[in-house]
Design a protein around this ligand. Structure first.
Ligand SMILES: NC(=O)c1ccc[n+]([C@@H]2O[C@H](COP(=O)([O-])OP(=O)(O)OC[C@H]3O[C@@H](n4cnc5c(N)ncnc54)[C@H](O)[C@@H]3O)[C@@H](O)[C@H]2O)c1
Length: 383
């Protein structure tokens, strides 16, 4: 079958996200399935060029996956007309200047979140990309997870009646790095390197809330650095200058209250690493990454508060599992496919730089709220 080759520069491919989710689980998986059907009957075929700082590591990854194109020279890759798309999964602090160069070079751009470290920089990227006429997108992977897709299905069906509140619990214990290695990179715990759980997670919560429920209109946040000292990848002790927990209250349009705890200093007593409970007048749901359970108003028990008695109801057993009803592919891959169709066939792609900038705006507003101890309203941003 005829191929429509599309040249993609992958920057940051030696990192956790760049390698596992974007290279292996998305782009190589698309090649393994024989490409992606395009409207003209051909197959969209990603041609990959790996970019990074360490040539030996790039060569090793390329060889492992039968790829031949890699370079440590981003400018040269951007100057090459056979590349139509620039993708960025570098550490956050390196992103903005690379994306600026890619816009300048006229590439379409897809990037990990957060789009940039601050709202000003993010909005500027959105405006520059619009002015240059390049297509652009930001990863919003959680929207494509089975659990959240089922939750969206419930919202669309009217299951909840009037939605009252959303409470989210995200987190797990990230080891300090001394007696057991840390399972996240050390830059995550240094503010000066773009770290911090608020800038990491609030962009996710922004698109989840906005796209499944309603736009966020205000935030009140409290943040903390619970573990002040950690040990890095080289065994050096360092001071954690960034927040490792963020406790946020988000007000949504239409009167919904969302409250989400994010923490890298919490031990998991949940079914999944993130869970959202949604309560509505007609029913409630608890959604994780994969599963979603519901309780309809007609099946809601009537607990009576009496601490003198043992628990009388098997509360968890009273919920019903929402069936899959469809095949769920890897969320990163599904969004990559949408972006490739956007570039090749001009299919709609709502998860653009402006959407990414709104996520950064929420993170900035959360940090401001925590710093000043007050509620911060979210103003609408435009190109
Ligand atoms: N969508 C998600 O769920 C999700 C999850 C985790 C991280 N992320 C985002 O992905 C990006 C990468 O995160 P990660 O966890 O893969 O990080 P990582 O530390 O594992 O990888 C970082 C990559 O950036 C490269 N890099 C370029 N310049 C660098 C510099 N000056 N210092 C250090 N590394 C440099 C590294 O070589 C590596 O390839 C971040 O922006 C992060 O916010 C997204």
């Amino acid at each position: 079958m005829e191929r429509t080759s599309i040249g993609i520069i992958l920057n940051g491919v030696t990192g956790r996200m760049g390698y596992r989710q974007h290279l292996v689980r998305s782009l190589l998986a698309i090649r393994e399935q024989g490409g992606l059907p395009a409207r003209d009957g051909s197959r969209i075929w990603p041609e990959l060029t790996l970019v990074g700082r360490n040539e030996a590591k790039l060569a090793e990854i390329a060889a492992r996956h039968g790829l031949t194109s890699y370079t440590t020279d981003l400018d040269a890759a951007l100057a090459d007309d056979s590349h139509q798309i620039y993708f960025d999964a570098q550490v956050t602090a390196q992103r903005e200047k690379a994306i600026r160069a890619a816009i300048e070079a006229g590439k379409h751009i897809y990037t990990e979140k957060p789009l940039a470290e601050g709202l000003t920089g993010s909005l500027e990227l959105a405006r520059l990309a619009a002015a240059k006429g390049v297509k652009n997108g930001v990863v919003q992977d959680k929207l494509f997870l089975p659990g959240l897709r089922k939750l969206k299905r419930l919202v669309d069906s009217g299951f909840f009646g009037r939605i009252l509140s959303v409470r989210g619990e995200f987190g797990y214990w990230v080891f300090e790095g001394d007696w057991q290695d840390a399972q996240r990179p050390s830059w995550n715990y240094r503010a000066e390197d773009g770290g911090g759980i608020t800038v990491d997670m609030f962009p996710h919560w922004h698109y989840v809330l906005e796209q499944i429920f309603a736009p966020v209109t205000a935030v009140t946040a409290h943040i903390a650095t619970h573990i002040p000292e950690r040990v890095d990848e080289t065994g050096q002790t360092y001071r954690a200058t960034a927040d490792d927990a963020a406790y946020g209250i988000f007000e949504l349009a239409g009167g919904i209250t969302a409250q989400i705890n994010s923490s890298w200093a919490v031990r998991v007593y949940r079914d999944e690493l993130v869970e959202f409970q949604v309560d509505g007048t007609h029913g409630s749901a608890v959604a994780g990454l994969r599963e979603c359970r519901i309780q309809h108003r007609g099946a809601t028990p009537m607990p009576v508060w009496n601490p003198d008695l043992p628990v009388t109801e098997p509360f968890r057993a009273q919920w019903q599992t929402v069936p899959d009803n469809e095949d769920f592919d890897n969320g990163f891959k599904v969004q990559w496919e949408a972006f490739l169709r956007h570039v090749v066939d001009d299919e709609p792609f709502p998860w653009d730089f402006l959407a990414g900038a709104r996520g950064v705006q929420l993170a900035e507003a959360g940090l401001l709220s925590a710093r000043e101890g007050r509620r911060v309203e979210i103003e609408e941003i435009r190109l």
